[in-house]
Design a protein. Structure first.
Lengths: 505, 505
């Protein structure tokens, strides 16, 4: 009963099928925007709660800043406005009125307002009021918010005009402190992705031409999707004194001299859910890692004869009681008993599409025998995908089982990542040939076997254009540089820098 | 050391002082919008978490809907657009470009988009796709989001152009079910306000002319501020089939006939924090009820001699360990040890202004004697406001102490509410005289002694105008109607309906 499209048949259409069949999100009548439905939003809530705890435990506090930014604020940082001007929603009026029988915008604003594409400018303005002395530093804040970037080719979770994210913004007395913060939060993103989303990432620095508009350095984590393309899963920016200068965030330092502060910003968004899907889903639908699954175990009662209902439900209630004491990740196990008025077969497929880690099917025969039928989503279609076990045994080991699924999902994704990084392409010719072929597969809509290529880069200024011609990008300069010399795969020049070349989302 | 303005001197200015001195929020450079700072946002997070649990335990699920609503959606419900048209932020362009050296809006949208003032229309559109049969009902969803209403006289928390809220939206197969939902959630709001915010409320129905635009019935909870004015703290609307008809939410009912669904919506916002301030704050600053205080106990080390630091901090660490086992409201006690590089006196005043329920000051003498100095914010300035107690005794009873503060705050507010509802004004003449005088006090900016007046109302159509002339409103038709006959205080006609007349925010 696989989805309408498999990954082999058409990868992009398969992606849409997963989102839709797992009932995670849908396109809205509001152009380019999505409705995040309960299963998708539940996953986001889990991601948010886990990362919010990290944000707070590293000394940051949550705030909320206005989503409307006066247009003039964008004039202050030239690179910044250049980077975002083409995709900004602009508010120009503050009411509607009826004119000649038509409802039209009225009451034009003196200054247009931009719906935040990101909040550096408005937060820098607040920081300039808050920060006077080195004693006020560091300022470590974060907000969970919606942002808008006017995408022309929207795709659910990956690129929508409005999306949800967190954005951290900090100010420090020294460049070294700000750089340490940038890297600390990048590491927090790696931990979030690998330990909670079971999505392995490569950490590194963006090339100069691909930095965040206004940043001195942009660091990123990159994840490999099942089609071998790369997804930028999170970024952390060292902004130097750029925004501090344009917004006048200055303070009296320990030497009693005025100085501009050093700022950072860092964010992850609902795009992570797109990455999650393309990391874990299969041709039957979504598979959610247990740590962020809204329900880790779903119990489906199988009532063939109405007379059995009472006995089956009483048995399920006992199981519920046993399971509620389990704490797989230091938190109560999240359990759902699906009592809706639907057939158990429909329910099984619904939870399979959604990717609930474990489905228990329980009928009269199981109740009589003291058993449970365990279906692990990750093993669907294999002999171990369906197991009958004594109830006591299952309940006693449920937490461990859930933890093992989390581990297995990460291992599976990690193996895929590492076995799909090519290091054997060492000449520009081989490099050209490889991506020409790979691009061909992708154009045909197949699940490309396109790999990441790890190789040398000379840092040439025209790299951006050369990459565009090949439809590829430099994902990052990985932190683990080898330091060896070799040939730049783009230009053929001698080079020492290692980079990851890849097709990307 | 009272605030720059006391309640007696100037109530509105006192309010601004509390917000600012408690560092809860500030005006932003984005006109009419606020920055919610960590202490204010921390209170909102607590409110959100408590109510989110209630939302979920009553069977609702969280979603997220686009904040941009196509203008045409508002044409569908005539009353609805009339109600909101005057205060809508309108997005008309999707980029900025440089023209003659100026950055200007560019790329005009085919259809303007409204930044949601509330989401009935866009959610009804989604419901119309989700709901086909009675089997799909009820649909019970909620979202936590930002909304925009173009206020011309913004005030922090009470009226800002952008604010945060939750909005629940549900669809049902019968009117009775939808009405029950409306009242269920109103009751949930009462519980939130009274049990967590320690803010007593009156539950009732809005008069016809003051309903939510597009609703059949609007129910509300009304709270009394210290100046005797009323604050609408939450509303719950029975929308009948109005939005279902305009958005075509129809379903096949159990009789196999097509029928329009019955919908509801209900919301509370960051405005609650304004209500919280005007319920509990005093001339020294904010007082936060322990259930929603970001920190319930703050420990301020008092280090007079640097040599004492180690001993004092070790002693504080022991207290921290003891306290961390306490769970005043079924959750770990929230404790802050304030180690910042500031004087203990400054720290004491800062936490007093913020309204942390309990401040412990601990110095060398306390450590040596095994004592703690306990300062309860609610008792500031009274003999019991400062107590020395043996550490073991304090730690053992800390949870109880925190619970008692919660209880005392609610009792204090409840006494004020009940002792300020006048039922002895029974003629239109006395009524006119009373509010003429009360309005005079308020105009002078004093803490008015203005009371709620509970009396009769004939339901006359021109009531709205008569009330406007007197600068008062009917807050609600309380659920506990007496059923007796009397004289309408507005018109002098015979009347049976009881209402609450009051000045309002």
């Amino acid at each position: 009963m696989s989805l309408k499209k498999t990954r082999q048949e058409n990868y992009p259409e398969w992606y849409q099928c997963v989102v839709s069949e797992a009932d995670m999100a849908e396109n809205s009548s509001s152009p380019g925007c999505m409705v995040i439905k309960p299963w998708g939003y539940g996953i986001w809530e889990r991601i948010r709660d886990i990362f919010d705890e990290k944000i707070k435990s590293t000394g940051h506090e949550n705030c909320y800043f206005p989503m409307f930014i006066p247009l003039s604020f964008f004039r202050k940082e030239a690179e910044h406005v250049d980077g975002f001007a083409k995709e900004m929603a602009v508010v120009t009026h503050s009411r509607l009125s009826m004119q000649e029988g038509k409802l039209v915008p009225d009451s034009k604003l003196e200054e247009p307002l931009i719906v935040r594409p990101t909040s550096e400018t408005i937060i820098a303005d607040a920081f300039s009021k808050w920060i006077k002395s080195y004693r006020d530093l560091p300022v470590l804040i974060n907000q969970w918010a919606n942002v808008v970037r006017w995408e022309m080719r929207p795709r659910l979770f990956l690129r929508t005009r409005e999306f949800l994210w967190q954005e951290g913004h900090t100010a420090h007395a020294t460049a070294a402190e700000a750089e340490a913060e940038t890297k600390l939060m990048l590491e927090a993103y790696r931990e979030l992705c690998e330990e909670s989303l079971a999505m392995p990432v490569i950490m590194g620095r963006k090339p100069e031409y691909d930095k965040f508009p206004g940043a001195v350095d942009t660091y990123c984590i990159e994840a490999m999707m099942q089609d071998g393309k790369s997804l930028q899963a999170g970024t952390s920016h060292f902004l130097g004194q750029n925004f501090a200068k344009s917004a006048n965030i200055s303070f009296i330092n320990r030497q009693n001299q005025p100085e501009f502060a050093y700022t950072t910003s860092w964010g992850v968004s609902t795009r992570l859910i797109g990455g999650l899907i393309m990391t874990h889903a299969d041709d039957e639908g979504m598979i959610v890692p247990p740590k962020i699954a809204p329900y880790q175990i779903v119990i489906v009662p199988v009532i063939k004869n109405p007379a059995d209902e009472e006995a089956v439900m009483a048995y399920i209630e006992e199981i519920r009681k046993n399971l509620s004491a389990q704490t797989p990740f230091g938190e109560k196990l999240r359990l759902k008993i699906d009592r809706r008025d639907k057939s158990s077969v429909d329910k099984f497929w619904e939870w399979t599409r959604k990717g609930a880690p474990i489905i228990l099917e329980i009928g009269k025969r199981d109740a009589d025998a003291g058993n449970v039928m365990i279906k692990e989503r990750l093993k669907l279609g294999t002999p171990e995908g369906k197991q009958i076990a004594p109830r006591a045994e299952f309940c006693a080991t449920a937490a461990e089982r859930v933890q093992n699924i989390q581990k297995a999902m990460f291992e599976r994704a990690k193996t895929r990542l590492f076995s799909n990084i090519r290091t054997d392409i060492t000449t520009p010719e081989a490099f050209q040939t490889y991506f020409a072929e790979a691009n061909q597969w992708i154009e045909e809509g197949k699940q490309g076997k396109v790999a990441f290529v790890r190789g040398k880069w000379s840092g040439d200024e025209n790299s951006d254009q050369l990459l565009k011609n090949m439809k590829i990008t430099i994902r990052c300069l990985p932190f683990d540089q080898s330091g060896t010399e070799g040939t730049c795969l783009l230009t053929g020049k001698p080079a020492t820098i290692d980079v990851i070349y890849a097709r990307s989302y």
